[in-house]
Design a protein around this ligand. Structure first.
Ligand code: BEZ
Ligand code: FE
Length: 304
């Protein structure tokens, strides 16, 4: 009869995965067992703490739906998402920096004409966003789908609001780059916002006296065939949370100095009704493979 002490148990569980056909799956499972067992030994984990953890993870799963991913949020606030991002993007070679996808990429972004106000129904300071997608040599990449999404002036994504089901997307669209790699649109200036605090992850953040804020940003997902998918944000320069993002997602290169303008018209000729903001930020893609990840639990349109 097999009987194990604390360390023999780890070796036995590791060995139990020895016949796993996929070598990578075998490696990942064995390393996971080693790290988990090590954690239990180092912390002298009690039964009550183990039960708390099981309950926490159960509630995390129960909070997930087609339009909410509490596990991604957990990964984000524990810095795991940014660590996965870091180990997978070690050599940028001048390509635009990457950051977390976040839980609000729900897919189904609708192709939208350049210049559209994607926040037309929302109150807020108006902003014009102009951008160009190029390769590492600065050559334009035409016909590339770029998904864009950001929070409203109260810090909520459209998918967090009950109206999403009936009214559809807001502050969320797909643009296709023109022959010169350009795309542009109008929207509102996003503000800093808290991650959702009405679930187990938010509960953890509040109970541990962390703050739940993310600095203001716009999300971009650029998906060009023959290039690495680019999942990133552009942050609004000057935001007070740039140094303490709850998901550790800020990189200096991703902070844009958004200008305040008083010109009567925006760059595409749209008449301004008052002062407005101009965000200019270009994306440089690295040759590579792969489609950007689809949001879990959600359907997403394939790139054109
Ligand atoms: C976001 O930027 O939308 C986000 C990212 C990570 C966690 C929560 C929100
Ligand atoms: Fe966001």
């Amino acid at each position: 009869m097999a009987q194990f002490n604390e360390t023999e148990l780890t070796a036995a569980v590791v060995k139990s995965f020895e016949q796993t056909p996929n070598p990578r799956a075998k490696f990942l499972l064995q390393e996971l067992v080693k790290s988990l067992h090590d954690y239990v030994r180092r912390t002298d984990l009690t039964f009550a703490e183990w039960e708390y953890a099981i309950d926490f993870l159960t509630r995390t799963g129960q909070k997930c739906s087609d339009i909410r991913q509490e596990f991604i949020l957990l990964s984000d606030v524990l810095g795991v998402s940014m660590l996965v991002d870091a180990v997978n993007h070690r050599d940028r070679d001048g390509a635009t920096e990457t950051t977390v996808l976040g839980p609000f990429y729900v897919g189904e972004h609708k192709v939208t004409p350049h210049g559209t106000d994607i926040s037309a129904k929302l109150e807020g300071e108006r902003m014009f966003v102009q951008s160009r997608v190029t390769d590492l040599a600065g050559r334009p990449l035409a016909n590339v789908p770029v998904d864009v999404w950001h929070a409203d002036g109260d810090g909520f994504y459209d998918s967090q609001k009950p109206s999403f089901a009936t009214e559809g997307a807001s502050s969320r669209a797909r643009f296709i780059t023109d022959a010169d790699g350009r795309f542009f649109f109008r929207t509102i200036l996003p503000c800093s916002y808290p991650i959702p605090t009405d679930g187990p992850v938010g509960e953890m953040i509040m109970q541990t006296r962390r703050h739940p804020m993310r600095p203001a940003h716009v999300h971009f997902l650029v998906n060009a065939p023959g290039y690495e998918p680019l999942i990133t944000h552009v942050f609004i320069g000057g935001d007070k949370y740039l140094d303490s993002d709850v998901v550790f997602g800020v990189k200096d290169e991703l902070v844009a100095q958004v200008e305040t303008r008083s010109d009567a018209a925006m760059p595409d000729g749209t008449k301004a009704t008052g002062p407005w903001h101009l965000m200019t930020y270009d994306f440089h893609l690295k040759p590579g493979e792969g489609l950007a990840p689809k949001p879990l639990g959600a359907k997403v349109a394939e790139p054109a």
